[in-house]
Every structure is written in C-alpha cells, then in structure tokens.
Design a protein around this ligand. Structure first.
Ligand code: SAM
Length: 435
C-alpha cells in the first residue's frame, strides 16, 4: 500500500469507531442519521440537495465505473450518488477524522445486502489531487479484499472547501484546487463521446470573473464538452449552491436556475443564453398602491430574468426592475401582478405599497412602523430589508409584539433604491400588504 494514502473500508468497524466518538444524528427531520463534527456539518451538502441531485445524476446514463469524490467530507453526497446510480464510491479526504466519519456514514447510508460490490467502496485518507498515490492505495486495498481489478472512474463530484471570507477568494484557494485536480484525474476517467461526467460544486459567491476562469479551465481540459451552470436557491433570499454539470451530466441548456423546496425542486428555468445585464431603474419612490414583487436572487444571478419574466408580461402587467443587483431583486408595477406570478416559487413576496419611510427600521421606530402597517390592514409584518444582522431578529420580535392580536393581512418591509434630486440615489423603506 502506498504510504501517502491510507484506505478505509466502509464497514461495521468504521461505524463502531464513529458511534463511540459522535453518535449518529439526523441533521433534519426525516433525514437519515449520520456522524459529523460541527466543522463537517458546516461544510456538508444538505441531504435533501444531495438526494435530489443524485436522482438527476441517475438519469444521465453514466459510463461504467466508480464515482470519485476527491474532497469527500462527510461522505453523504458521495453515498447519495452511489445509492441513486447503484455504483461503487471512492472518497478521498485530507482530514483523517473526517475521513473516518465519512467511511462510517457510507456504511450507514449504503444499502446492506449481498451485492459483492458492497465491499468495494473505499474512503482514502490523503491528498485528493495525488491521483497516483490514491490509486495505488486503492489497488492494494481492493486486492487485499480479493478484488483484483480496479474499475475506471465514471464520474467525479467535487465540492472543494473555500476560505471563510468567500466573498474575495481566488480559485487557487479552493481546497483541493480545481485545475490540478482535474488534470490529475481526467486520464483515469472512462469518457464516452459526451466527454467527462463532472459535477463541480462551487462557492455561490464566485464572481463573474472567477466563473469565467472555471469556464477557461473546462475549455482547456474538456474542450467542446457541454456544460450547464446551475444556481440553486432554497428560498431564503440567497444563492445556496452554484454548480457546473459537465458532459453526460449537462443538459442541452447552458444555464439553469432552481428553486428547491424542503425536499423537491419547486421550479426550474433554463436557457442557452443569458439575458443582458439588467439596467436598474432607480426612479421615483414607489407610490401608494403600486405593486412590489421581491424576486429570488437566483433568477437575477443566473441572468435568466428576462426568460422568466417574459411569460408573465402582457398589456396589463409591465413592471420595471427597481433593484436588480443586490440580495433582493425588486419589480415595481402600477398594476397587480398576474396570479400565476404571485404563486411562482421564484417569487419571495408580493404586495401593494401601503406606507413608506426614509429611515431604516430600528428598535425605536418598530412600534410606529407596526401602527402604520396596522392602519393599512396588515396584521403581521416581515422585515425583508437590509438591517444589521444582529439587530434583525430583535427588531422583528418587536414588530411581532407590537402587532400581537392584530387581525390583518401579511405584509413586509422592503428597501427600494430611488433617485435623489442631486443625481445620486437613496433608499426608501416601503411597507407592502400581501392582501
Ligand atoms: C466542502 S467540504 C466537502 C463536503 C462534502 N461535499 C459533504 O457533503 O460533506 C471539502 C472537504 O475537502 C477536504 N479537502 C481539502 N483539501 C483536500 C485535498 N487536497 N484532498 C482531499 N480532501 C481535501 C476538506 O478537509 C473538506 O472536508
């Protein structure tokens, strides 16, 4: 066995070790129990996302071979792909403790039974970029279990760790780094006419420049191969996952936005072209009785906003993008949005303007804000505007307290940029009723 890497079998021994260290626990209701340190939990892909993706991967008709995850972390994403595709998994993890938990999680999650391939899954402790060291370790370990041949790699899934300050990191700071990783493993892949099957899980905060660097790496290493960029949101007002699906995993469209619900995809939009950058219209403050639609940022970040909105625009609904480039894209219109738009999963909230103010919500003015909303028939007000994250729950609590027992519709407060007389712009805090 190579001395740079050590192989772990995904068996009962791995599970007993893990159980003694940290008992297995479901991360969310209805999810399988797994072993994880707090650090691993922060880095891991939620089971619902891993599971949903794996079902899509299973439809891709992958070439024969095993699934490689060279930065396997908790192992739950690798296990979900192996389960859905009925294939053997190879995970590599630099951190020994995480690798041991990963082997235990693979054992917990993979179906039990007499399938002889059940003993072939491995987690290797070591550097995922060093394909030679990892493969030599895998060969020796499989050989010791009586498995003489080592299959090729059918697909790579990789979710590199990124620096905590993810806003400003470079691609080289991803661990493991993408280019050397792909260079090391592509020669070991089983590749058909569709090119290599890759799923790259990237930081949702990658800048446009960094995304084009990823495109450049793929253009060089997998020229002419289809790829689909995917922005996924779980509805919390941010992009939760950014990924690139390559070769057999790509669709015919190059760009896709997904709104994921608690366990299933609620809506998806895709296109071969991205729309032009939206020019925001920071005009007059929205008037009383104008309509505001707060849109999921994945629609704007993926630049699929025109395709998405086009199906809703007609002679009676012609909104402007009052804000397009921040966390909460906002559409403003004179007329109510069509009912189908109001119930679109990519819509975060929609309502009619009932009040405005220039100062942001704070602990002092929350009761006044609540009273103004109450006069407009609002009985529950949600803060959807930028406020200090530490104060946010406190102000929300104060609003809830001020409106306790008030019967009325749901409403929200949103920050809307408007033009100032001096040619600049300022923010208006607008209360909307969702009735
Ligand atoms: C974002 S996490 C992966 C999480 C995983 N998808 C999950 O669901 O648990 C990235 C992992 O890569 C590991 N890592 C970083 N550099 C590595 C390298 N060169 N080789 C192998 N693993 C590496 C880190 O220790 C970390 O556990």
């Amino acid at each position: 066995m190579g001395d740079t890497h050590r192989a772990l079998e995904c068996d009962g021994r791995a599970q007993s070790w893990a159980t003694k260290k940290i008992p297995a626990k479901a991360q969310r209701k209805g999810e399988p129990a797994v072993h994880m340190t707090d650090q691993m939990r922060r880095l891991s892909t939620p089971w619902s996302i891993a599971f949903e993706r794996s079902e899509r991967i299973a439809k891709a008709n992958l070439p024969p071979g095993i699934i490689l995850d060279p930065a396997v972390g908790s192992g739950i994403h690798l296990a979900s792909i192996c389960i859905a595709t009925n294939t053997v998994g190879l995970g590599i993890e630099l951190d020994e403790e995480a690798a041991r938990f990963s082997a235990a999680n693979m054992n917990r999650l993979l179906p039990k039974g007499k399938d002889p391939r059940r003993i072939a899954h491995r987690i290797i402790i070591g550097d995922g970029v060093d394909s030679t060291g990892a493969l030599s370790c895998l060969h020796s370990s499989l050989d010791a279990s009586g498995i003489k041949s080592t299959p090729p790699i059918a697909m790579i899934h990789v979710d590199p760790a990124r620096p905590l300050d993810a806003q400003n990191h470079t691609l080289d700071e991803m661990a493991p780094p993408l280019r050397p990783l792909l260079q090391a493993w592509l020669p070991h892949m089983e590749i058909d006419h569709r090119g290599p099957a890759l799923l790259l899980d990237l930081s949702p905060r990658l800048s446009k420049k960094q995304r084009s660097e990823v495109d450049k790496i793929l253009d060089e290493l997998a020229p002419g191969v289809n790829r689909t960029w995917e922005w996924l949101s779980q509805g919390g007002g941010r992009i939760d996952r950014l990924s690139v699906w390559v070769g057999p995993l790509a669709s015919s469209e190059k760009f896709r936005a997904i709104r994921m619900g608690p366990s299933a995809v609620e809506s998806m939009i895709s296109s071969s072209e991205q729309s032009l950058f939206i020019s925001e219209k920071k005009t007059m403050p929205p008037r009383f009785d104008d309509w505001i639609v707060v849109v999921d940022p994945s629609i704007v970040e993926s630049r699929l906003h025109i395709d998405w909105l086009n199906s809703y625009i007609d002679e009676s609904y012609d909104p402007i993008w009052q804000r397009a480039n921040l966390r909460r894209p906002v559409l403003v219109s004179k007329t109510p949005p069509p009912p189908a738009l109001m119930s679109d999963p990519f819509v975060v909230a929609a309502g009619r303007v009932v009040a405005h103010r220039l100062s942001p919500p704070n602990m002092e003015n929350a009761p006044t804000l609540a009273r103004a909303a109450e006069r407009a028939g609002v009985g529950h007000l949600v803060l959807r505007c930028e406020v200090d994250p530490e104060l946010h729950p406190k102000i929300q609590k104060r609003l809830n307290k001020s409106l306790k027992g008030v019967d009325g519709s749901r409403g929200f407060v949103i920050d809307v940029p408007v033009s100032s007389r001096d040619g600049g712009w300022h923010v208006n805090f607008v209360t909307c009723s969702e009735k």
